[in-house]
Design a binder for this molecule. Structure first.
Ligand SMILES: [Zn+2]
Ligand SMILES: [Zn+2]
Length: 123
């Protein structure tokens, strides 16, 4: 399957649109959104820098990456919860693949005739 819930990016792997606030106005050298301060690149967190007290933000990743393809570290979009957990995306896509699975014809059952699950159904 393809995880299509990511964010569109330009050829430099910078988002087209801010993933948090939706702002689309960036200067050419922008790294952070001018409206909400979100980073416009999906860097992996890299290594913790004790001296600077921050992550080194190592590799650029595509807009749907939860983890870095190079080093396996969590990405910024994943850490900031800008992307759903992949498990949730997978479950939803599987439901889409079987559109009839959750379809329920409400006319068959009268709500007043709801069966108590503890009782045996007489046939
Ligand atoms: Zn923003
Ligand atoms: Zn990395």
């Amino acid at each position: 399957m393809y995880y299509k819930d990511g964010y569109s990016m330009d050829e430099n792997l910078r988002v087209i649109k801010c993933p948090r606030c939706g702002n689309e106005e960036f200067s050419s050298e922008a790294v952070y959104c001018r409206i909400c301060g979100t980073m416009l690149f999906n860097y992996c967190q890299g290594e913790w820098n004790d001296y600077r007290q921050e992550w080194s933000w190592e590799h650029k990743n595509p807009g749907n990456a939860r983890f870095c393809e190079i080093c396996g570290k969590p990405t910024y979009f994943g850490m900031e919860k800008l992307l759903l957990d992949w498990e949730d995306v997978k479950v939803n896509s599987e439901e889409d693949a079987f559109p009839d699975f959750n379809e329920f014809d409400g006319d068959i059952f009268d709500e007043t005739a709801a069966v108590d699950e503890d009782e045996e159904i007489p046939f």
